[in-house]
Design a protein around this ligand. Sequence first.
Ligand code: CP
Ligand code: NVA
Length: 303
Amino acid sequence: MGSPRHFLDLNGMEAGVLQDILVLGATYRRGESPSGKERPLKGKTLALIFEKPSTRTRVSFEVGMKQLGGDVVVLGHTDTQLGRGETIADTARVLSRYVDAIMIRTDSHEKLLDLAGHASVPVINGLTDYSHPCQIMADLMTFEEHRGPVAGKVFAWIGDGNNVAVSWIHAAVKFAFTLRLACPESLPPPQEVLDWAGAQGGAVSFGNDAAAAAAAADCVITDTWVSMGDKDEKARRAALAPLQVDESLMKSAAKQALFMHCLPAHRGEEVTDGVIDGPWSVVWDEAENRLHAQKGILSWCLQ
Ligand code: CP
Ligand code: NVA
């Protein structure tokens, strides 16, 4: 038996595999089954571990797994012995005897890697403090649904250099698009991720000027100013206030520019109502595509 097909981070995966997963997701979105089977994951069970809240990830994984004929077990932090100190490694060994794959949303990327290192079934990153790769698969599907291939396009990330930004940087390299990040000096993306992108020849630039990043961009993206687990709320809001995505910023982007946000949104903070409810916004398609993208990811991990 080979190693399990983990879905941990986009930077560690082959570009061709990521493209294949997007194709799987788009096939499911059309209501077709890539394998021709109506219930390709019949008899399979996915464990979902949540150490942080979730609406989209929780529901899209459960509904997606069930639509593929499989089942789920949902474990909140206080439901398991993890909350009482059983190690991640032992939990991985035990869950691997019961289920066919494990998705985890955790406050620590180390825990994700520890789980994957000790599980004999595929482990999926459902968001950590460091990255959120499943989200970006749905985002790429959404852009391609509306505007065609992402390769060669210009994306602008306006806001916190957070976990979602990290996965966007990974994606820019793997999918060969330009990514301009505008973040406060105090909240940059991790330097090693920028260095990795540079070493890979990625077209990723980082600055503090929202207008410069958004100018003629094909897509403008933002995220909450205070992520789950962030403590320094007041300082964050002050640093991020100049980086609100408003109508005038969107008007400086390309004529057909899209606006994306992984949600949940904080209207009036990182984005105005006029943008999120405006002609640029594809946020509801983006949320829907979480379902189709998860089905692509699950199919790849489990087949
Ligand atoms: N975008 C996203 O991951 O949403 P949830 O936190 O609701 O899962
Ligand atoms: N950056 C956000 C994303 C939520 C889906 C957070 O980690 O809270």
